[in-house]
Ligand binder design. Sequence first.
Ligand SMILES: *Cc1c(COP(=O)(O)O)cnc(C)c1O
Length: 409
Amino acid sequence: MTDTARETFEGSFTQQEPIPEAGIAAALEVLRHGRLHRYNVASGEAGEVALLEQDFAEFVGARYCLAVASGGYALATALRAVGVGPGDPVLTNAFTLAPVPGAIAAVGACAIFVEVTGDLTLDLHDLAAKAGQAKVLLLSHMRGHLCDMERLMAICDSAGVTVIEDCAHTMGAAWNGVASGRHGAIGCYSTQTYKHMNSGEGGLLVSDDAKMMARAVLLSGSYMLYDRHLAAPPVEAFEGLLFDTPNISGRMDNLRAAILRPQLAALGAQCAAWTDRYRVVEAGLAGTPGLRLIDRPAAEDFVGSSFQFLLPGWSAAAIRDLVARAAARGVELKWFGADRPAGFTSRYEHWRYADPVALPATDLVLAGLVDMRLPLTFSLEDCAQIARIIRAEVTQAEGAARAEATTTP
Ligand SMILES: *Cc1c(COP(=O)(O)O)cnc(C)c1O
């Protein structure tokens, strides 16, 4: 065996880049003046949160933006802002992460899960079939895969379904030139450490709808200081809502916003760097027998901060073995077919509080779905090496399976 066949990857799949120096300097300034609460501003000062909201609204081309405490909080706030209440049905992806059904549960609503396709996007046939059952779709662009957004909006518009977009994995992405989060009524983003901007925890909502956004601002805990925002609807939009909207505190603070603003300024370049890494892994795995890559349509301008592939028809034992052998060579793969939720990886039947019904198409996809992070701390050479290791291990497992098939009578 050559050295290449035995190579081991040494990098960390969970190590982020440091906060840019400009963010550190801005954070120190906030710490020195002590005005961390978003509404605690000196005369003539806008505050970092209000400035971040203004910057982010401009970045995605939205009229309004609100910064909040987490991505999950943004989702629950969006559901409340469009009028979802206890017992209401909400359509959502069967393939997503736990904060999505969690946000639906947080408002006492009932999730109706929609199947996923082999391209890892929402199954639009299943959506059309179920659209009559709910007034709201919480659409998750899970792992950065965007469905045909024009078709999705046509289905939802004709069924009178309001769309909320979970863009936790698509900040900076676009479909046919329209920023992700700008097709539906509200777009929600996360600035948690493993997403595209890192403030530890944090979330953002964008919308062009003044009433929904005014409600979201009040819900987030504005203490009637909404006139201190720079990207909120005009004060008239709040009239008629003041006595009917509960304060469910979940504001962002000036320290996190200070860290985020320089990251937002660099986001375009960061997204390009992620996608370069994705393309290197994709090229390295192309044509591997037994492994199916995910198709990326031309209309989709994606941000490749993670990588997925399918092992169609593989047994659970074979995939578990592959994950273990890759791990032994330093490559951290996650499998969506496991019986128990592990780390960030869970699937719909683990969310028992949501009473999921069986979804055979999704089961088939998830049984063969392998997932991995691609942090920007990886170089392009690291990505090429990771692909070589996966390719070698998949090829070997395929060879072994074929040998067994021919020797078994
Ligand atoms: C991270 C994430 C969120 C938001 O999560 P927070 O940790 O609350 O910021 C929402 N949806 C998906 C798919 C996510 O991965």
